[in-house]
Ligand binder design. Sequence first.
Ligand code: PMT
Length: 415
Amino acid sequence: MNRILLIIGGGIAAYKCLDLIRRLRERGHHVRVVMTRAATEFITPLSVGALTNERVFTDLFDLDDEREIGHIRLARDCDLVVVAPGTADLMAKMAGGHANDLASTILLASDKPVLIAPAMNPRMWLNPATRRNAALLSADGVTFVGPGVGEMAERGEAGPGRLVEVPELVEAIERLLPTATMKDADGLLAGCHVLVTSGPTHEPIDPVRYIANRSSGKQGHAIAAAAAALGARVTLVSGPVAIADPVGVLVHRVETAAEMMEAVRGALPADVAVFAAAVADWRVDRAASDKIKKGAQGVPKLALIENPDILKTIASGRSGRPKLVIGFAAETSNVVAHAREKLRTKGADWIVANDVSHDSGIGGSQSGVMGGDANLVHLVRADGVESWPEASKSEVARRLMIAAAGAIGKSNKGR
Ligand code: PMT
């Protein structure tokens, strides 16, 4: 049974949470609820408690609540924290790290994944302050579902800001919940060193310009986080990204492919190495030491040379090769065929193939796989291909790390 902590914010859409609780419980999830003071103006703790069959928590300084279950335990005794409706005020508190009521304190103290379903007036959603807060929260690893677009409760108001409908919310919640297999996996990688590369590389053209790509680091960072959650010692070598470092992971920040190669070499030996970074294949032969000026010489010609192939170098290393070397293949067509070719030419044990074309439809967002929160991958091995369903990048990461543990003889059988 998965344990969901639902934080109900103060908005007219709070009433939808009553149906949400019923649907989640019907599907076998345990739901515990915290309500903000404003939320209690819209629906009562009594009706919420009747549906959860549990005490509803509303006050940070309630001695009875603290004796029964302290706010820190409330924050940790769950698999997922869901904030719905996510008001502009709650988002601002989360983004600013405030802890001045029970809901914000729990959100600050929690180490669990957080899903927020925003709901507010369209102007509030589009306000630059809310845009900034949403960007900060995304960068911190908070997942968003919605808001939907349409008519508001206030007459004559329409636009983005509606709480998504309950079935969509349930689907988003279940995408982030660990499966039973994943729960069995706690401590599976204890005693192992996992090395992960993540993000893009930046290859300088001159002191102010560089060649880059759209990788956000979300998939690689999720793999590092998943390996750490399974008990591994994790080294993450990351290109320039705007997302937070995963907790409990040693991070080396690099810019170029050459620096990434050096950091990877320095981090070995490892039991498992996962190359999720989108490394630039080429760099400018001689980056200019001064800013290239627009002028009489016309359009500059950039002479490119090949970067070191980090995956290939490590996979073909004679001594100190990790037991399991996993590469990724970012493809825009013939995804599995190209991945098979990369498995052969790069000498990896596994290739995780993903479709990064803009029209892949993965994640239902315009950003697609690169930069988005979801992925649909095919695990390509010498003995066959396993296609996994579309899932959050965290779920793909957990599944990959559990499979990796099995491959290096760290299965959970008999544990
Ligand atoms: O970062 P996100 O926004 O979450 O997006 C995730 C992702 C799409 C970047 C990720 O899932 C992914 O596919 N990463 C690999 C991207 C890539 O560069 O693919 P490739 O097909 O060009 O390279 C194949 C493999 O060789 C990769 O494992 C890559 O890390 C490695 N490589 C490539 C070139 C190079 N010079 N050195 C390498 O090690």
